[in-house]
Design a protein around this ligand. Structure first.
Ligand code: ATP
Ligand code: MG
Ligand code: MG
Ligand code: MG
Length: 468
């Protein structure tokens, strides 16, 4: 019997609970303890202060299924969604953590045992990498676990050395990949062909071993820690015998629901349905966690994702709002694991519907303008002033226009857009006593931002920029 995504999540948590780990609930997508971070993008985020020794929870081993968003900020996978089999804007990261308790040996053994015994993956399908200088981890893999040298490699710092920031805890990683087989293009980890989807990275084990100071010098931490992350959707795909995350139980239900909401006769393998199925999760959970669509910071990322989903629906022939109609299916699939989703389901539907309706008012005209611009195009680049007009008058975020451009093998003139945007900002600044905060840095605090936004005259300028 194949495991459902929900069963797999529980299986993982139980496995580590049986090995002395405390099951800790997922923290929200808006980080509570880190204003520099746009969204929670890994399981370790909620434990940052524990790793730094500033906080002492009542346990030294923990396990979580952490909701994550990687859309905007340092980790941005938005552009990948719909194009790779393995990337989402929203995903769950399964993790086990040791706070000065066990280290490399146990972390590696647990991961290997979970994959090969607990869920029964064949060893020949698993590939392992370590950081090039980490002989200790290499020895554990090769000599103790007995991984074949043919499926083992040493990788440089770009992929296999992790740090929390420029200073602070850091250390080598070891990653486990799954080989989906020769039918899928792509090469083993560490080769130039790695970017294909054949060898999919499933689990990253981070060994926090050093403390780096401002001069770059690294001193060993007195109590090294372990932080691991495995994408639930990726391991679900592996265990359900499918290559694409979008062919798993959870995504198939969302895709069916999307097809139904859009209406008409849909090809269920259409990439736009994948995009919509992906985006409903990100948008719903962002709203659950207090983000509302706006023109700044987190709210703007949410707005961009909603508008992208809506545009893909229109592309499939949707008339009227459809996106919010996926929420009940999502709640059925994920409401048990995330009770806050069930609790706030009505708010999610309302917020999505409002934003959909807002965008629907202009999307058609915007598409018309874009189609005309493309028809009259000389080269392969959509000019910056068109991109800006789409943004300014019709509410098309740049990445949305870029998404459309990409489908038609075109590019957007980002520089031209930036120039038009700056000119606009200058005008707005001149016309107002405060500076337009559009495109604000990720450290804006969503809460203050929104209240400030409604209650002051601030909206005037922003609205002028964004027109809604
Ligand atoms: P990739 O190289 O495939 O982009 P990553 O190295 O960026 O992954 P990590 O930061 O190591 O990923 O995160 C730990 C795990 O989380 C990954 O091994 C993967 O299983 C999962 N993961 C990361 N990004 C995504 C995503 N955008 N969608 C789904 N799962 C993801
Ligand atoms: Mg990545
Ligand atoms: Mg990687
Ligand atoms: Mg990784």
């Amino acid at each position: 019997k194949t495991l459902s995504t929900a069963e797999l999540r529980q299986r993982f948590l139980d496995y580590f609970r049986e090995r002395g780990h405390t099951i800790v609930p997922s923290s929200p997508l808006v980080p509570q303890n880190d204003p520099t971070l746009l969204f929670t993008n890994a399981g370790m985020v909620q434990f940052k202060d524990v790793f730094l020794g500033r906080e002492k929870p009542g346990y030294t081993r923990a396990t979580t299924s952490q909701r994550c968003v990687r859309a905007g900020g340092k980790h941005n996978d938005l552009e990948n969604v719909g194009y790779t089999a393995r990337h989402h804007t929203f995903f769950e990261m399964l993790g086990n953590f040791s706070f000065g308790d066990y280290f490399k040996r146990e972390a590696i053994q647990y991961a290997w045992e979970f994959l090969t015994r607990e869920v029964g993956l064949p060893e020949e399908r698993l590939w392992v990498t370590v950081y090039e200088e980490d002989d200790e981890a290499a020895d554990i893999w090769l000599k103790e676990v007995g991984v074949s040298a043919e499926r083992f490699s040493r990788i440089g710092a770009a992929d296999n050395f992790w740090s929390m920031g420029d200073t602070g805890p850091c250390g080598p990683c070891s990653e486990i990949f799954y080989d989906h087989g020769p039918e899928v293009p792509g090469g083993p980890p560490g080769t130039p062909e790695e970017d294909g989807d054949r060898y999919v990275e499933i689990w990253n084990l981070v060994f926090m071993q050093y403390d780096r100071d401002a001069s770059g010098e690294m001193t060993p931490l007195p109590a090294p820690c372990v932080d691991t992350g495995m994408g639930l959707e990726r391991i679900a795909a592996v265990l359900q015998g499918v290559h694409s995350n979008y062919d798993t139980d959870l995504f198939q239900r969302l895709i069916h629901s999307a097809a139904e909401a859009v209406g008409g006769d849909q090809d269920l393998s259409h990439p736009s349905l994948k995009v919509i199925a992906d985006h409903i999760r990100a948008c719903s959970f962002l709203i659950v966690d207090g983000v509302i669509p706006s023109n700044e910071g987190r709210g703007y990322v949410l707005r961009r994702i909603i508008r992208r989903a809506v545009r893909h629906g229109f592309k499939l022939g949707a008339s009227g709002s459809f996106f919010h109609k996926l929420v009940p299916t999502l709640v059925e699939e994920m409401g048990e694991a995330f009770p806050e989703l069930r609790r706030r389901q009505d708010d999610v539907i309302k917020a999505l519907r409002r934003e959909e309706e807002r965008f629907a008012e202009t999307v058609e005209q915007g598409m018309k303008l874009l189609d005309e611009a493309i028809a009259g195009l000389e080269g392969d680049t959509i000019p910056g002033d068109t991109v800006f007009k789409l943004y300014d008058t019709y509410g098309f975020p740049v990445d949305l226009t870029a998404d459309i451009a990409r489908e038609r093998d075109l590019k957007v003139d980002q520089e031209g857009f930036d120039a038009a945007m700056n000119a606009q900002r200058e005008r707005a600044r001149a016309a107002s006593s405060f500076s337009a905060a559009h495109g604000a840095a990720p450290d804006v605090d969503a809460e203050t931002e929104f209240t400030g936004y409604e209650k002051t005259g601030h909206t005037a300028t922003v609205t002028h920029i964004f027109r809604d």
